[in-house]
Design a binder for this molecule. Sequence first.
Ligand SMILES: Nc1ncnc2c1ncn2[C@@H]1O[C@H](COP(=O)(O)OP(=O)(O)OP(=O)(O)O)[C@@H](O)[C@H]1O
Length: 217
Amino acid sequence: MDKGLDLRNVVISNGDHRLLSVNHLIAPGDVLTIMGPSGVGKSTLLAFITGTLSSDFSASGSVWLNGQDITAAPPHRRRVGILFQDDLLFPHLSVGANLAFGLRPGGAATERRARIDAVLEEVGMAGFADRDPATLSGGQKARVALMRMLLSEPCALLLDEPFSRLDATLRAQVREMVFDRARLRALPVLMVTHDADDARAAGGEIVTLEHGPGGVA
Ligand SMILES: Nc1ncnc2c1ncn2[C@@H]1O[C@H](COP(=O)(O)OP(=O)(O)OP(=O)(O)O)[C@@H](O)[C@H]1O
């Protein structure tokens, strides 16, 4: 059984145009970066993996996560976490209440609170649970969004241009934190980006999709 995120002979088409094809295993703790020009199909590939591909596309091949075929599983059962560039916090809720959205339902209130406090401490934000998100810096908001996603205990992490709205200094800090947290949890990571620095910082394999008959990763 192959651990990790395994994209087996995935081919996605838009009408009679073959958009992309990918055949790749991302091992636990590894990062695969997918680059390529706008419109080449990067976000479409992520939608296929999360189970949210528009019916305008057709797809073949399969997605395996830790040895299980999840291709036909509903999105909420896939255990795949995704971070976008504009992952916003709910402004009318405290930091702790925002993080609670990441927790699976159930469990005692004290346990839930302890888990929230633990992730805040993990990212150097102990004591922030009752804060209003409007009082946080951009980097702190990004950390809360990351930990909200990780509280759902995903088995793989997808990143869709997650750092592109941050300025250069913050970008490097947040990026390092995301990759560190993913490595610590031994998550396979698939990142799509236009940014060569992000790709280098990821430290893993880089694949570039091209317009045309379908990029092969
Ligand atoms: N719902 C849809 N129906 C049909 N075509 C779509 C749909 N969504 C996107 N497309 C087209 O599919 C192609 C791939 O789009 P996608 O968003 O995956 O590209 P991308 O590589 O992520 O681009 P960017 O880097 O700009 O985010 C584009 O040509 C786009 O116009």
